[in-house]
Every structure is written in C-alpha cells, then in structure tokens.
Design a protein around this ligand. Sequence first.
Ligand SMILES: NC(=O)c1ccc[n+]([C@@H]2O[C@H](COP(=O)([O-])OP(=O)(O)OC[C@H]3O[C@@H](n4cnc5c(N)ncnc54)[C@H](OP(=O)(O)O)[C@@H]3O)[C@@H](O)[C@H]2O)c1
Length: 330
Amino acid sequence: MHAITIPEPGGPEALVWAEAPDPEPGQGEVLVGVAASAVNRADILQRQGFYDPPPGASPYPGLECSGRILSVGPGVSGWSEGDEVCALLSGGGYAEKAAVPAGQLLPVPRGLDPVTAAALPEVTCTVWSNVFMVAHLRPAETLLVHGGASGIGTMAIQLAKAVGARVAVTAGGPEKLARCAELGADILIDYREQDFVEELRKATDGAGADVILDIIGAKYLDRNVRALAANGRLAVIGLQGGVKGELNLGMLLGKRAAVTATSLRGRPPQEKAAIVAAVREHVWPLIEAGTVKPVVDRVLPMPEAAEAHRTLESGAHVGKVLLVAPAGRR
Ligand SMILES: NC(=O)c1ccc[n+]([C@@H]2O[C@H](COP(=O)([O-])OP(=O)(O)OC[C@H]3O[C@@H](n4cnc5c(N)ncnc54)[C@H](OP(=O)(O)O)[C@@H]3O)[C@@H](O)[C@H]2O)c1
C-alpha cells in the first residue's frame, strides 16, 4: 500500500506519500480499505516531532478513517468483509489500509457517503466523552465552546443544541462567528475584540457557563474558572495556550466547580470502545435524522496531505479538512 510517511520531522513538506508495508489485522481487529481520513491538530504535532504515536500504534499520522472492511481478524464478531465503516484510530489513517480494533468501528451513518463519514469519529468521540460522559451537560444548561468554528467546535455546538442546551462560542472574527450561528450557537463572542468572561456574564444574567469545552489550556485557565457558573464543569481537551497555569482553588471551591482534562488518543482500547458504543447509541441517530451534520471545509487528495496541513495551520478553515485516498475516489 501507500501511506503518508514522516521520514524526518518538520514542516508540511515532511509528509511524504510513499510505499509502506500492509498492516496485518491482529486478534480482535479488522483491516479497512481506506476511503478517506481527516486532519487533526495532533497530526501537526506528530509531523513536527512533538507527539509520538502511543506504543503499538501505526507510525503514520491519522486518527480517524472511513472505508470498507477488506478482511476480519480472529476473534471479531458483528462485522463482515465489505461493510462500510468509519473508525477511531490511534494512528495510521493517512494510508490506503488501516488495521482497526473492532471496538473502534462505527457503521457509515445512513444517508452519508463514505468519504464524508471520515469527518465524524474524532469529533463525535471527543465531544461526547467530554461534554456528556464527563461534564454531564443537561438540557437548558449553558455550554461555552472555545474555538466554535474548529472541527471540534462545529460538532460541540450541534450536539449541545440537539439536547436542548444553550450554546456560547468564542471564535476569531465575524465570519467564523456567523458560521457558528448557522450551526445554532446562541451567544457569539469574538475573542480578538471581546472579553469572553464579561460577555458571558452579560448574556447569562451573571450566572456564567455550566460547562466549558476548552482547547486553549493554561492561557485561559483563570478566565475559564471565572466564567464558570456555580457547580460548573471545565473540560480541558486542548493546550494551544500552554500546559502550566495557576488554578484559583478558592474560586473553584466557592463555586463547587470541577476541572477535568482528557486526551482520547492514549486511552486504553476498552475505554475507546465504551466511548464509541456511546456515540453509536446517542450521536448516530441524530446524524441519521439530519439533526447533526458533519461540517467539511474541504476535501483534498491524500498524497497532498502537506497542503491540508497548511490549511489547518493557516486557521482559515471551518470544520474538518478531509484527505481522500486514491480508492475513495472510485
Ligand atoms: N483531548 C482530546 O482528546 C482532543 C481530541 C481532538 C482534538 N483536541 C483538541 O481540540 C482542539 C481543536 O481541534 P481541531 O482538530 O478541531 O482543530 P482546528 O479545527 O484546527 O481548530 C483550532 C481552533 O482553535 C481556535 N483558536 C485559536 N486560538 C483561540 C483562542 N484564543 N480562543 C478561541 N479559539 C481559538 C481557532 O479558531 P480561530 O481561527 O477562530 O482563532 C481554530 O478554530 C485542538 O486543540 C486539539 O488538539 C483534543
């Protein structure tokens, strides 16, 4: 097969489409013929040499894929050769074939084409596991989503609206905020011009956010805690603004609030399987009903992964950037 390899860490040009050995499906795994993958922030860090794949994972980038099952390994039930699937991966999505633990497979939702389905696994699993399984967002509560126009943000807005929550977003500029509003966001905050703590306070009669989904980390830690409502839950999933911050425990204590942080990639397969099962149960029906839609910014040929990384790094995109494998075009 061919895969995007990283012979030496570096800029986007470090991504090289080259021949690579076919993966072998092990116990409990299937081999997927990849139609498409999608670009995630973590792939950029991996390309730069700052985020090695976890032990046992494929050395190639790509945390999700879609395609068709080519063969089924020992100990797999419920899936057959030829099934159209999408999958959460620990790596190896930027390739023509990927070996996937069966617990990380999802069917391509009814009504969706297999290429577009590659936009779903990472954002649905990350948002569902953090906003709902950890932070327990409830109807009529307020969720603040930082980076509302990101891949993660576009899914978080839609899922929170689908359960009847009120959604506030931050984004850089009116165009991105307008896209967030189209997806259902109620409170729009331009973080380049406005203070999100103050804007949220005004929009919630002083109450603040019940749940915050944060991708900035250290730089926003203090302001996030200030923006939380009583009994609020701050779920940190990204560290774009640094890893070490000062936590005001007095304020946390006074609000009876909680701070959590999780990363999906390094979780054991059983935990990933539990998240995937919850997403299939709760999110897939919303996608099949058309209530929640994948937001795809653009689709590029997989060998042009370097261009896809430049797009993500420029910050010009809204939603997901997909990479279609040569077989995905047929
Ligand atoms: N922990 C996990 O398991 C997990 C899983 C998946 C993703 N993530 C994290 O989630 C984040 C989003 O991932 P993605 O793949 O969806 O990336 P993405 O589409 O590239 O989004 C990055 C976003 O960050 C926004 N941003 C930058 N500075 C900001 C600021 N100061 N305030 C608010 N927003 C700001 C950008 O928006 P503007 O252009 O509007 O500035 C952009 O939309 C990344 O940090 C990623 O590492 C974590």
